[in-house]
Design a protein around this ligand. Structure first.
Ligand code: PRT
Ligand code: MG
Length: 221
């Protein structure tokens, strides 16, 4: 039985599977921590490491700030996109890790004249997972939008007439191109940040500090 108890010696790190897990592994190695199982093949949601006092929780990318905010994890790694939607309450964000880099952009269907629509003051329907970021972006531009909240596959929305535009993260642009979409505006650069529970930072400083320093050194390379 793998019972789970938070105690003061334990450090719990929240990570999401996929690119964030993979890009965080070398940073953990730099801190002398090796994760003993691969989340892609293991069904475990709590992964042991070579350090009996450090364990890794595998959660959805958007849930990482929630686990850390409430202290169920002491620290975690989350994209700036996710942190902006969460709001950052209860979180200390000391380090830009420069991993999982991408950008937040506005995209429309090829053939849709975004610039003219904006210039003429058209009301745009925008589908996105990132409603707070999208709201702030269009408010700053003075563009009226109806935001449609989606949880994934935003690229589909303009193709089936659900929206005029999407706000999504773009890395290579291949997904947009494959779906007859084009990027019309870059909103901001995105990378992943180390986040730390504010209480844990005080209570477990001695244990956390060397790991934070190793992450900081390794992420600058
Ligand atoms: O997949 P899930 O629904 O569980 O959650 P998630 O998509 O939030 O998690 P994950 O693991 O896919 O992404 C975690 C973090 O990686 C995000 O919060 C971003 O900060 C960052 N990141 C970096 C990306 C990308 N690059 C990226 N390309 N997140 C998502 N994508 C997706 C994008 O949404 C689009 O569908 O990949 C597609 C575009 O990729 P290109 O290369 O075709 O442009
Ligand atoms: Mg994803």
């Amino acid at each position: 039985m793998n019972t789970f108890q938070a105690d003061s010696q334990q450090l719990i790190l929240a990570l999401s599977k996929g690119r964030i897990f993979e890009d965080t592994l070398p940073l953990l190695e730099a801190a002398g921590i090796t994760v003993s199982e691969n989340p892609e093949t293991s069904r475990k949601l709590i992964l042991p490491t070579n350090d009996p006092n450090v364990r890794v929780l595998i959660v959805r990318a958007t849930d990482v700030p929630t686990y850390v905010q409430h202290g169920a994890a002491d620290f975690g790694v989350a994209g700036k996109d996710v942190l902006l939607e969460h709001g950052g309450e209860g979180l200390y964000q000391p380090i830009d890790l420069h991993i999982a880099e991408c950008r937040m952009s506005v995209a429309v269907r090829n053939g849709f004249d975004y610039e003219t629509a904006v210039r003429q003051g058209a009301r745009l329907r925008v589908a996105t997972k990132f409603v707070e970021t999208a709201r702030a972006h269009f408010a700053k531009k003075g563009v009226h939008v109806d935001l449609i909240k989606l949880y994934g596959s935003m690229e589909l929305a303009p193709l089936v007439g659900l929206s005029d535009a999407i706000v999504d993260v773009v890395s290579t642009g291949n997904t947009l191109r494959a779906n007859d979409l084009k990027e019309v505006e870059a909103i901001m650069d995105i990378s992943s940040r180390l986040i730390v529970n504010q209480a844990a930072l005080k209570m477990k400083r001695e244990r956390l500090q060397p790991i934070l320093e190793a992450f900081e050194r390794a992420s600058k390379k």
